[in-house]
Structures are given as C-alpha cells and as structure tokens.
Write a protein that binds this ligand. Structure first.
Ligand code: FPP
Length: 235
C-alpha cells in the first residue's frame, strides 16, 4: 500500500493461548509457548514497519490467580524468552522496557528482565514494552499516590493537575499513548489494560487466537488502522 499510515504505538492484548491449546488437546503451557513465537513475529514486523512503540500485555495483575503451575510456566517462559531473544533484540535495534509491579515477579525473572533492559538500552529503534504484573487500575492508583506525594511536598498545587500532568505519574510517562489497540480471540473487553492511555486508541479485534496471530495479521491490523479517520472528539 502506497502512503500507509503507520501507528506510532501499538498495544496488544494477547488472548486465546489456552483455547488454542485446548482445541488441539494440548496443555495450556503449549499455547503460551506457541504464543511466544507470535511475540517474536510481531516484534520483528513492528521493527520493520517503523512502529516506534509496541506494548504487550504479557501478565496481568489478575493472572496471579491462575493455578501455581501455570504461573510458574509463564514465568519460566518469559525468562527463557528474554535469555534467548535478547541477542535478536540487539540485532533488530529493539529497546526493551517493562511496566507494572515488576517487584512482584520471581527474583530470577527480575534479574533477567533488568539485564535485558540494560543491554538493549542503547538501541534506538522499536521500544518493546512488556506489561508484567500489570493492571490499569493499579497503575492509576500508583499514579494517584505519586501525585499526592508531590502535592504534600509542596511541588504542585492541586489546581495545576491536568490530564497531561497526571500522565507524567503513570508507568507509561515516557511513551506516547497507543494509537492502535489489538485484541485477539474475539473478546470485546479491555481487561484492565492501559485504561487511561487508550482513551483515543483505535480498536482492532480479531477472532484469531494469539498463537495464530502472525506477521500477516499484524499487517492486516495496520492496514485497517490506516483507513480509519481519527478525530479525537473534534470534527
Ligand atoms: C492469554 O491467553 C495470554 C496470557 C495470559 C499470557 C501471554 C503470554 C504469552 C503470549 C507468552 C509469553 C510472553 C512473552 C512476552 C514471551 P489465555 O491463557 O488467557 O488464553 P484463554 O483465554 O484462551 O484461556
């Protein structure tokens, strides 16, 4: 497509790993394993397209309620993914970042994550942001705590608090808001993801389960976005 509009920031709710596995009579962790391949495919394609930020909902604050064995499998998968893929991120000039209550992750996972963030910090291409132990409401609450502290310390008058000022107290303060939110597996929910930031994002929902969502599907979402007229409440 000639002058296609490429979103600066894409956010993805990666859903349907469990159902993908169930349909094949496999364990849920196999769905997650296959889902990690979709992560690799989407990161690579976003880097190629010139997308500047990609935020992936990898583990929500609610996901802790899953059986211990599934949580452990997801943490192991994340650790293995980071260990294995960091050299590829370096080759693709991808900078890794994370949002969420990261200190709740297992210590070994945090170590690998910080190492990968540190190593890729010199990269200047796509910023890949993993949302881990992340909840949108929790983020807003943490933001409120932070802004209340600045008020108590006398750095800001409450009358000066605007949406832009508040945004600077969120985990995402360094990134622009997502332009496009993709959700796989057909669910029409936000599931506590980036509640503040997606106010004006274009939504793209596909029936495909996340493990089946690959480069062509990302292209289809971008093409769909490219045809949308964004008015941000204006005319
Ligand atoms: C949703 O599927 C997916 C998750 C809870 C985790 C997402 C994790 C990955 C894609 C794998 C690894 C991630 C990285 C960054 C390497 P679900 O289990 O809720 O599926 P279901 O709704 O069909 O049960």
């Amino acid at each position: 497509m000639a002058s296609r509009k490429i979103p600066k920031h894409i956010a993805i709710i990666m859903d349907g790993n469990g159902r993908w596995a169930k349909e094949r009579g496999l364990a849920r962790r196999e769905g997650h394993r296959k889902g990690a391949e979709s992560v690799r495919a989407c990161v690579e394609r976003c880097a190629l397209l010139g997308v500047e930020f990609l935020t992936l909902y990898a583990f929500s604050s609610e996901n802790w309620k899953r059986p211990k064995s599934e949580v452990a499998a997801l943490m192991k998968l994340l650790e293995a993914f980071l260990k294995q893929k960091t050299p590829e991120l370096m080759e693709q000039n991808v900078r890794l970042q994370a949002i969420g209550r990261i200190t709740q992750l297992p210590a070994s996972c945090q170590r690998v994550l910080h190492h990968s963030i540190e190593r890729t910090s010199v990269n200047t291409g796509l910023t890949l942001i993993l949302a881990l132990s992340y909840g949108g409401r929790e983020e807003i609450v943490d933001g409120v705590r932070s802004i209340v502290r600045t008020v108590q310390e006398g750095h800001i008058d409450p009358a000066m608090i605007t949406p832009d000022v508040f945004s600077k107290h969120l985990y995402t303060r360094y990134y622009p808001d997502p332009d496009l939110l993709i959700r796989t597996s057909g669910e029409m929910r936000l599931s506590n993801f980036l509640l503040w930031q997606i106010s004006y994002a274009e939504l793209y929902i596909t029936e495909k389960f996340w493990p089946d969502f690959r480069e062509d599907d990302l292209e289809a979402a971008v093409n769909d976005y490219s045809r949308r007229q964004r008015r941000f409440g204006g005319l």
